[in-house]
Ligand binder design. Structure first.
Ligand SMILES: *Cc1c(COP(=O)(O)O)cnc(C)c1O
Length: 393
């Protein structure tokens, strides 16, 4: 193909490898191992395997390779390594490049398991971690040192949807020679332009929008070919966090419809945020796409849209939040996000329950906060369901 194809076309076709049968839908190569034509061929492949030569599914597999090539193409990354979950991607991206004595600077507002990896695991192996307010560029500048090896953040934080300025933080990190690792779940590959803005490594939990239909856990690490093949691959293939071929097939089919789903979800999230802003029972409507979001100008520059998740803060606190959740008829009460089904979460009592109260307060996780991951249902149905539930809160 000589023309530069748009993301939506690449999401359907990039990375396709057809077998001798010429199947239309990607094949699942549900095999752990591969047969060699001769002892000599086996020997050669162990010396160096080409892009279409496989050894063992923990090292690579044709279905997994299709997924890796397709998602790398969407993100504009040189290469990708697919992992068993989003957390295998986060821990693998970091553990594969850090050693005792290294320094890491991370945003404080993190997904609970990410916080565990940075605060409990890395420090146990002698890595020093400094946490900063991710929205404060001056705090990043003050924390990044000459010996800082990695800068880590979620481009949009969960559940209060604070946005980190990828271009500004990357410039600060690169000035000190640090590698920028972005957990990009909330931006989605559809709205992300993270690598062009300066990120060196981009991570997704594929469990979220990429599957998008609540079926499988998965993740992916993307970056330069050198980093993926020389740093990530040896670590992942020997420590065991590789993606299974069946999961890769689910995720490939997810990528085919990702653009359609995320655009529809984003449009509905925007409509819901607009319908709810100023509602008498809400102290706050947090949505990066609203002009009232404190970083709306940054959001416009960084992603162009507000994404698929909003959070609302009920003035009546936990009781009102629970009444609201129990009155919702279309959305489901659960804790995933990016799904085709609208999912409602009460972070203070579920995903962020373990955080001490002062940390919850510092992150804006109030008793009345409800996170809404908007699905692909009819927009008007969702708006009416939410307004009716609020009336009962
Ligand atoms: C869900 C999530 C993860 C972890 O992904 P899993 O697939 O559940 O392991 C990491 N980071 C962010 C921002 C997430 O939302």
């Amino acid at each position: 193909m000589t023309r530069e194809l748009n993301k939506r076309t690449r999401a359907v076709h990039a990375g396709t490898r057809r077998s001798q049968y010429g199947e239309v839908s990607e094949a699942i190569f549900l095999t752990q191992g591969f047969v060699y034509d001769s002892a000599e061929q086996a020997e050669e492949r162990f010396v160096e395997a080409g892009p279409d030569e496989f050894i063992y599914a923990r090292y690579g597999n044709p279905t997994v390779a299709m997924f890796e090539e397709r998602i790398a193409s969407l993100e504009g990354a040189e290469d990708a390594f697919a992992t068993a979950s989003g957390m295998a991607a986060v821990s693998g991206a970091l553990m594969s490049m850090l050693k005792a004595g290294d320094h890491v600077v991370s945003a404080r507002a993190l997904f609970g398991s990410c916080l565990y990896v940075l605060e409990e695991v890395l420090t146990r192996y002698g890595v020093e971690v400094t946490f900063v307010d991710g929205t404060d560029n001056a705090a990043w500048e003050a924390a990044i040192r000459d010996d800082t090896r990695v800068v880590f953040f979620e481009s949009i934080s969960n559940p209060t949807l604070q946005v980190v300025d990828i271009a500004a933080v990357s410039a600060l990190a690169h000035a000190r020679g640090a590698t920028v690792v972005v957990d990009n779940v909330f931006a989605t590959p559809v709205w992300s332009d993270s690598i062009a803005q300066g990120a060196d490594v981009v991570i997704y939990s594929a469990t979220k929008h990429i599957d998008g239909q609540g079926r499988a856990l998965g993740g992916v690490i993307m970056g330069s070919r050198e980093y993926i093949r020389k740093t990530v691959e040896p670590y992942m293939k020997h420590t065991g966090g590789s993606m299974s071929p069946f999961t890769a097939w689910v995720m490939l089919k997810g990528l085919e419809t990702l653009d359609l789903r995320v655009r529809a979800q984003t449009a509905s999230a925007t409509a819901i945020a607009n319908a709810l802003e100023g509602h008498e029972k809400l102290a706050r409507v947090i949505f990066p796409g609203l002009a009232s979001h404190p970083q709306n100008a940054l959001v416009e520059r960084q992603m162009g849209r507000g994404g698929t998740v909003l959070s609302i803060d009920l003035t009546g606190g936990k009781d009102a939040a629970f009444r609201f959740l129990n009155a919702i008829e279309i959305g489901v009460i659960s804790n995933n996000l990016g799904d085709a089904k609208t999912i409602m979460t009460h972070p203070a009592t579920t995903t962020h329950q373990r955080l001490p109260d002062d940390q919850k307060a510092a992150l804006g996780i109030t008793p009345g906060l409800v996170r809404i991951s908007v699905g692909i249902e009819d927009t008007q149905d969702l708006v009416e369901d939410i307004l009716a539930a609020l009336a009962q809160a």
